[in-house]
Write a new protein. Structure first.
Length: 77
C-alpha cells in the first residue's frame, strides 16, 4: 500500500525505505530504553536513546540533503 502511494506521488522508493528504517530504529531504541529503565538502569537507558537519535540522524542525511537541494532549486540565483 505504501509503495503504491509513493509511486502515485512520484516519490523515490529509496526515501520511503529510509523513512521506514528510521521508524524501526526509533521503535527499537525506545523499547530498549524502556527495558533498561524498568531494570533500574536509567544511565544505560539514556545512552540507548542517544545512540538511537544519532543513528536516526545519520540515516536521515540523504533525505535532508534532498530537501535542501530542492529548496535551493526554488531560490533565484
Amino acid at each position: 500500500m505504501l509503495q503504491n502511494v509513493a509511486e502515485q506521488a512520484n516519490m523515490n522508493m529509496i526515501y520511503l525505505q529510509t523513512i521506514l528504517k528510521i521508524i524501526g530504529v526509533a521503535y527499537i531504541a525506545e523499547f530498549g530504553a524502556q527495558i533498561a529503565n524498568d531494570a533500574g538502569q536509567a544511565a544505560i537507558a539514556s545512552k540507548i536513546e542517544l545512540a538511537g537519535k544519532i543513528l536516526i540522524l545519520v540515516m536521515a542525511i540523504p533525505i535532508l540533503t534532498a530537501v535542501i537541494e530542492m529548496v535551493l532549486s526554488f531560490l533565484p540565483t
